[in-house]
Design a protein around this ligand. Structure first.
Ligand SMILES: [Zn+2]
Length: 92
C-alpha cells in the first residue's frame, strides 16, 4: 500500500499541543472512566501552563497563537465530565 508514511509531526494540531501543555501543568485532567478533559479551575496551574506554552512553542507557531490555543482549550473544557454522574463525584 502506498499510504505515504509521512514524518509524524511531534504535534499534530495546535489544540492537541495545547491540551498536552495544560495536562502537563495540571490545569486539566482526564476523566479516568470516560476520557473527557476537565478543567481543574486551578489558577496556578493555568499560569504554569501559559509559562510552558511560551517556552515550548511548536515550530512555526507564534507566541500569541500558542497562548490563544491554550485559552481556547480552556474555554472549551468544562469543569466536570459530562458522562460522570454528579453525585458520584461528590462521594469522593
Ligand atoms: Zn467521567
Amino acid at each position: 500500500m502506498l499510504m505515504t508514511k509521512q514524518r509524524r509531526p511531534a504535534i499534530r494540531t495546535l489544540p492537541g499541543w495545547a491540551i498536552n501543555v495544560l495536562k502537563e501543568a495540571g490545569a486539566i485532567r482526564e476523566c479516568e472512566e470516560h476520557g473527557w478533559m476537565q478543567d481543574r479551575a486551578d489558577p496556578h496551574a493555568r499560569e504554569w501552563a501559559f509559562d510552558i506554552a511560551r517556552r515550548d512553542l511548536p515550530e512555526g507557531v507564534s507566541r500569541e497563537a500558542a497562548e490563544a490555543a491554550v485559552r481556547d482549550v480552556l474555554d472549551s473544557i468544562g469543569d466536570i465530565c459530562p458522562e460522570c454522574p454528579p453525585d458520584e463525584e461528590d462521594r469522593r
